[in-house]
Design a protein around this ligand. Structure first.
Ligand SMILES: Nc1ncnc2c1ncn2[C@@H]1O[C@H](COP(=O)(O)OP(=O)(O)OP(=O)(O)O)[C@@H](O)[C@H]1O
Ligand SMILES: [Mg+2]
Length: 354
C-alpha cells in the first residue's frame, strides 16, 4: 500500500517556477492526500489570488504521482481555492487533533542531564518497533536536540502538509520503522540553543502537537533535562499517559530522580510512572564481555526504584558500541549484540508495565 509520505516525496519534485522553484510541498499547497487500495487523490489548495501556473502545477503533480505509483493505480489531482485567513495574525492555537490516534504518550524524563536519556529513548523506540508496535519519537529537547544525529536524519528536509485552511502540519521522518521529529530537524543548527522561555515552550509544543503522527501505539517524548518551567508547561499541554525516568546508579542522581518523579506525581499532574531505567549500570570492556565494573556504584537505580515504589524496567551497561552507534546514527537496538537485546527486553517490560 502506498503511504502518504511516499506521495509527499513524489510531489516534492514538482517545483513552482513562479515561486523560486520551491516545491509545491514546501510551499504548503498540498492540502490533502487520500489513498485507497487502487487510487490516490491529491488536493492542492491555492491562494485566492489567481495563479497563472495553477493548471500546469495540477498537471505536473498528477504526472509525478502517476509516474511513481504502481501500475493500475488511478490518480486524481484536484485544486481548490484557499479562503484567506483573517488578516490579523492569529496566535498559534494548538489542539489535540493530531494525537487522536495515538494510544500512549510517554514522557522520557530525567532529573539530571547527560544520563543517557536520549540514547535510551531512541533505542527504546527502535526496540518497540522491532516488537511490532507503531512508534513515534518527538525530541522536545530545545536546548540540545540530539535525535537527528542519533538516528542519522540530520539535515533532512522536513515536509509540511496542510491540515486545515490555516494550519500546516509537520510530517515526521520515517526510519528504522519509527517516526521521528526533533526540534533539531526544523531549526538551523545552533539556533535551538538560544531559545528561552515562551519561545522554547512553543517550539516544543509544535513538535508534539503540530505533527501528523497518524496511528501510533506509542509516542515517546524525549524531554529536556531537568524539572523547570518548560517541563511543567509541556506536561500541562500534552496529554501524556505516563512517564519513564532515566538515571545513572550514582548516589548524587537520587535527589534529581526524586524531583523528576515528583513532577509527575504532583496532585495537579498525577500521571503514572511506568518505570525507572538505570543506564550506565556497569562497564564491560569489548574484549572481556564477561567482566563488569561498577563505575558509578552498584544498583543505585534499583534501590531508588524500590524506595519510590516504581518498577525497575532494566539496567543498561556502559559499552562503547552504544556510544558509537549513537554517534553513527545507527541505534544499538537494531543489532543482535547483548546490549541490543537489553533494549528489546526494556521495550517488552515497558509494554507490560503500560
Ligand atoms: N549505555 C551507554 N553506553 C555508552 N555510552 C552511552 C550510554 N548511554 C549514553 N551514552 C553516551 O553518553 C552521552 C550522553 O548520552 P545522551 O545524549 O543520551 O544523554 P542525555 O541524558 O540525553 O543528555 P542531555 O541531558 O544532554 O539531553 C552520549 O555520547 C551517549 O552516546
Ligand atoms: Mg538528550
Amino acid at each position: 500500500m502506498i503511504r502518504k509520505s511516499d506521495v509527499l516525496g513524489w510531489l516534492s519534485s514538482v517545483q513552482h517556477p513562479g515561486q523560486g522553484d520551491k516545491s509545491i510541498v514546501s510551499l504548503g499547497l498540498v492540502q490533502d492526500i487520500e489513498i485507497t487500495e487502487n487510487s490516490v487523490k491529491v488536493v492542492l489548495a491555492f491562494p485566492k489570488k489567481p495563479d497563472p501556473l495553477k493548471q500546469y502545477l495540477v498537471g505536473a503533480a498528477r504526472a509525478a504521482v502517476y509516474r511513481n505509483a504502481p501500475g493500475g493505480v488511478e490518480v486524481e489531482v484536484e485544486s481548490i481555492v484557499k479562503e484567506p485567513a483573517s488578516s490579523a495574525p492569529k496566535p498559534l492555537e494548538f489542539n489535540l487533533e493530531q494525537l487522536r490516534n495515538v494510544a500512549h504518550i510517554i514522557g522520557i524524563a530525567s532529573g539530571k542531564g547527560g544520563v543517557g536519556k536520549s540514547t535510551v529513548a531512541v533505542n527504546l523506540a527502535v526496540a518497540l518497533a522491532r516488537l511490532g508496535y507503531k512508534v513515534g519519537l518527538a525530541d522536545a529537547d530545545v536546548y540540545g536536540p540530539s535525535i537527528p544525529t542519533m538516528t542519522g536524519t540530520e539535515g533532512i528536509d522536513i515536509q509540511m502538509i496542510g491540515a486545515t485552511d490555516d494550519q500546516n502540519l509537520f510530517v515526521p521522518v520515517e526510519k528504522y520503522g519509527v517516526k521521528w521529529l526533533s526540534v533539531g530537524h526544523v531549526t538551523p543548527p545552533g539556533q535551538a540553543l538560544i531559545w528561552r522561555g515562551p519561545m522554547a515552550s512553543t517550539a516544543l509544543k509544535q513538535i508534539v502537537l503540530q505533527t501528523d503522527w497518524g496511528v501510533l501505539d506509542y509516542l515517546l517524548i524525549d524531554m529536556p533535562p531537568g524539572t523547570g518551567d518548560i517541563h511543567i508547561s509541556l506536561i500541562g499541554d500534552v496529554p501524556m499517559t505516563g512517564a519513564v525516568i532515566v538515571t545513572t546508579p550514582q548516589e548524587v542522581a537520587l535527589a534529581d530522580v526524586l524531583r523528576g518523579v515528583n513532577m509527575f506525581r504532583n496532585p495537579q499532574v498525577n500521571k503514572p510512572i511506568y518505570g525507572l531505567i538505570e543506564n550506565m549500570s556497569w562497564f564491560t570492556p569489548a574484549e572481556h564481555p564477561e567482566e563488569k565494573y561498577y563505575l558509578f556504584g552498584k544498583d543505585g537505580g534499583a534501590s531508588m526504584a524500590k524506595k519510590l515504589d516504581i518498577p525497575l524496567l532494566g539496567q543498561i551497561p556502559l559499552v562503547q558500541s552504544i556510544r558509537e552507534s549513537g554517534d553513527d546514527g545507527e541505534p544499538a537496538a537494531l543489532g543482535s549484540r547483548p546490549d541490543s537485546m537489553a533494549f528489546l527486553d526494556l521495550a517488552r517490560k515497558l509494554a507490560e508495565s503500560v
